[in-house]
Ligand binder design. Structure first.
Ligand SMILES: [Zn+2]
Length: 116
């Protein structure tokens, strides 16, 4: 497992589906596996030049509010930028998360409560 695998695992939406369209507009689908297709849907995908039959369930990852097909390569440049930032600023990110956790706990402890 390399860092890209870890990134994919952590940002995975979970599960898989018969077909999905990536953020870039390319569609990926699985012609195997006994999915329920609408009449002509699978044939339409097979004829679509922007659709790729990957032969297994389509996995998704979500980064910055955008959903990407795991099998698409368009998210690799997004991953590279984020991975580089994380790698170069790991200690600052850890400190940021620690301080933000402390701040949020203090803020929650100051919030109004209702005795029941
Ligand atoms: Zn894509």
């Amino acid at each position: 497992m390399d860092t890209k695998d870890t990134f994919e695992r952590v940002f995975s939406v979970g599960g898989s589906s018969a077909s999905a369209t990536c953020n870039c507009g390319r569609t990926f689908y699985n012609s195997d596996g006994g999915w329920d297709w609408e009449d002509g849907e699978l044939e339409g995908l097979a004829e679509d030049k922007d659709a790729t039959d990957i032969g297994y369930g389509v996995g998704l990852i979500e980064v910055n509010g955008r959903t990407y097909a795991v099998d698409c390569d368009c998210w690799h440049s997004v991953y590279s930028m984020i991975e580089l930032f994380i790698d170069r600023h790991a200690h600052q990110i850890a400190e940021y998360l620690k301080l933000e956790k402390k701040r949020k706990i203090e803020e929650a402890e100051k919030s109004a409560t209702v005795d029941i």
